[in-house]
Design a protein around this ligand. Structure first.
Ligand SMILES: Nc1ncnc2c1ncn2[C@@H]1O[C@H](COP(=O)(O)OP(=O)(O)OP(=O)(O)O)[C@@H](O)[C@H]1O
Length: 316
């Protein structure tokens, strides 16, 4: 999908997006981030034409979305928003079945798809399928929202602050689950957030926008944190970017310290396929100074708190 010089001027004269071009590769998760009012939601809603661009083109494959009937377009583009927007008087199953219903799928195909999706987002269909939204927790509602957006196998998924209405612990879990889900479905996703940690954790690439939808940098999380392209980005990613960079720093076998008898102790462990940030989190929550790194359950090396903090400094 690609945006070509899109521009939005609202009737009151606000230039929400002056001119933005962006290419999103198939199967890639791109995060739009920037200060409040910089035009993130406007960009997202132009993609599914809840808002009409004043000028510019948005291409989905080789089709210009401004040539497509907006209602049909929205059936091909999943949309997840902050407070989910589930239909309150419909059950979980009926909510997830919304788009297949509009597309007039046969009943048994819809039913199978709904059960498959509830399973995919970690909700037991037998237990939750018949409930109404008010009978769910915030995190469960959010999962139903994601299942509903994926129901008709959309080409693109748009997500506007999808995890911000839940508390930080639930949010972290939803983010984890969502990463696993995305590894399975590999959708082209554009996600808006104002949370840099979320952007770094979820994004394949991050687009940092400043006022008027101006693109300051479009890069991988590691590149963005390691080499901010403009003073605006440097300011935006902030002084603690060394710590944030740990999120995208893998635990290389070569960077571990030798075990030296640690394996026989009760030190906390972290798997080798975790990040340096996971390791630091384990240390900080356990209050220990050292941990053991495991591969397939077997100890392969150790890491000290100091070593991890040095890693953050060296890469920041
Ligand atoms: N319907 C509208 N009419 C006029 N101006 C609008 C309208 N919607 C948004 N704006 C203005 O357009 C600009 C961009 O708004 P937008 O909601 O896209 O920003 P955002 O980056 O998503 O903000 P936030 O992070 O606060 O949600 C803001 O200055 C906003 O006041």
């Amino acid at each position: 999908m690609s945006l070509h010089g899109i521009h939005k001027r609202y009737p009151n004269g606000t230039e929400a997006v002056r001119e933005l071009s962006l290419e999103v590769k198939a199967g890639e998760l791109v995060v739009l981030i920037g200060p409040s009012g910089c035009g993130k939601s406007t960009v997202l809603r132009m993609i599914n034409r809840l808002i009409e661009p004043t000028s510019g083109r948005i291409m989905l494959g080789d089709e210009d979305v401004t040539d497509v009937d907006p209602v049909r377009l929205r059936r091909r583009i999943g949309y997840v928003i902050q407070n989910v927007g589930l239909f309150p008087h419909q059950t979980v199953r009926a909510n997830v079945a919304t788009v297949p219903g509009l597309l007039r799928w046969p009943r048994n195909r819809t039913r199978a798809r709904v059960d498959e999706l509830l399973d995919l987002v970690g909700l037991d269909a037998a237990q939750f399928g018949g409930r109404y939204p008010h009978e769910l927790s915030g995190g469960q509602r959010q999962r139903v929202g994601v299942a509903r957006a994926l129901a008709a196998d959309p080409v693109v998924l748009l997500m506007d602050e999808p995890f911000s209405a839940v508390d930080p612990i639930v949010r972290a879990r939803l983010q984890e689950e969502f990463l696993r889900l995305q590894a399975e479905v590999r959708k082209t996703i554009v996600l808006v957030t104002h949370d840099l940690d979320e952007a770094v954790r979820l994004g394949d690439r991050i687009a940092v926008l400043s006022e008027g939808g101006r693109l300051q940098q479009y890069d991988t999380p590691a590149a963005l944190l390691g080499a901010p392209a403009t003073p605006f980005v440097r300011e935006f990613v902030g002084a603690d970017r060394g710590i944030r960079r740990l999120v995208v720093t893998p635990l290389h076998r070569e960077s571990l310290e030798p075990l030296a008898g640690d394996a026989a102790t009760d030190l906390p462990t972290v798997p080798l396929d975790g990040s340096a940030y996971d390791a630091l989190a384990v240390l900080l929550t356990s209050g220990r100074d050292r941990l053991v790194v495991t591969d397939d359950g077997r100890p392969v090396g150790a890491l000290s708190r100091q070593h991890l903090l040095d890693l953050g400094r060296a890469t920041g």
